[in-house]
Design a binder for this molecule. Structure first.
Ligand code: SF4
Length: 248
């Protein structure tokens, strides 16, 4: 059977096998060049949280194509400093296609009218405020660029540069990068830092679920502290998700 006659999912699996074979040795700007300029022209978007390390991936994207769609999920729970940083970094890098997605008002009204759902059911809150809004947009692309890295730990320790999830190619150009490489890129490209980093936040997400670093904790130790939760769910296989009562 030729690759082109395979069902879509198998086709994407074979496509990623091919991409891995041909380009699996690349990372960073080199991999982005291939992805944005050859493999997925006009069919790929990136996501960012405008967190403490986001500037590195965004700088690389800007070096290859400043018009790349970059999706930011405005959960309604971000630090105001994150919004300030978004403006600053977007302008600094000259990115021209930042797409902001947000939860639907009817879902907020029904499931989180008081804005305290994160304290009662953090998974549902993330589904409502992150997973559903992003799904609405990211499913329109054949490939998705993320800034995840193996050194972040937990579910990310086995992350590959190129993977297939939910029938979509996921490109992780910084999968193998560590803190040293990230800091070097910040210095080399004179990138502005998230203002909360110098206040002791090594990783920044939504305000109610982000704490400053604890002694000896990992990079993402301050996220959802006191619970077993380590991920918001946007990267989970769709078949594993339970999203009750949410209007799509
Ligand atoms: S990180 Fe916290 S506030 Fe943000 S969507 Fe998830 S549970 Fe809700």
């Amino acid at each position: 059977m030729s690759v082109s006659s395979l069902p879509k999912y198998d086709f994407i699996q074979h496509q990623d096998e091919y991409i891995n074979k041909e380009y699996g040795h690349l990372d960073g700007v080199e991999l982005l060049n291939v992805v944005l300029k050859e493999l997925f022209v006009g069919r790929v978007a990136a996501t960012t949280s405008f967190g403490t390390e986001s500037a590195v991936l965004l700088a690389m994207i800007a070096k290859v194509d400043k018009h790349t769609p970059v999706i930011f999920i405005d959960t309604g729970k971000h630090f105001s400093l994150t919004h300030d940083y978004r403006q600053q970094l977007t302008q600094f890098l000259g990115l021209s296609n930042i797409q902001v997605v947000a939860p639907k008002a009817e879902n907020i009204d029904r499931l989180d009218p008081k804005g305290d759902l994160n304290q009662r059911d953090a998974d549902l809150c993330c589904n409502l405020r992150k997973v559903e809004p992003l799904d609405r947009v990211i499913t329109g692309y054949d490939a998705w660029i993320t800034g995840r890295k193996r050194y972040h730990g937990d579910e990310r320790t086995k992350l590959q540069s190129i993977e297939t999830v939910n029938g979509q190619s996921k490109i992780n150009p910084l999968a193998g990068w560590g803190k040293t490489e990230i800091d070097r890129a910040f210095a080399q490209w004179k990138l502005p830092r998230h203002p909360l980093e110098k206040r002791g936040f090594p990783s920044v997400g939504c305000q109610p679920c982000t704490n400053a670093a604890s002694c000896g904790g990992g990079l993402r130790d301050g996220r959802w502290r006191g619970s077993n939760k380590t991920e918001c769910g946007i990267h989970k296989p769709r078949s594993n998700r339970v999203i009750p009562l949410i209007v799509k």
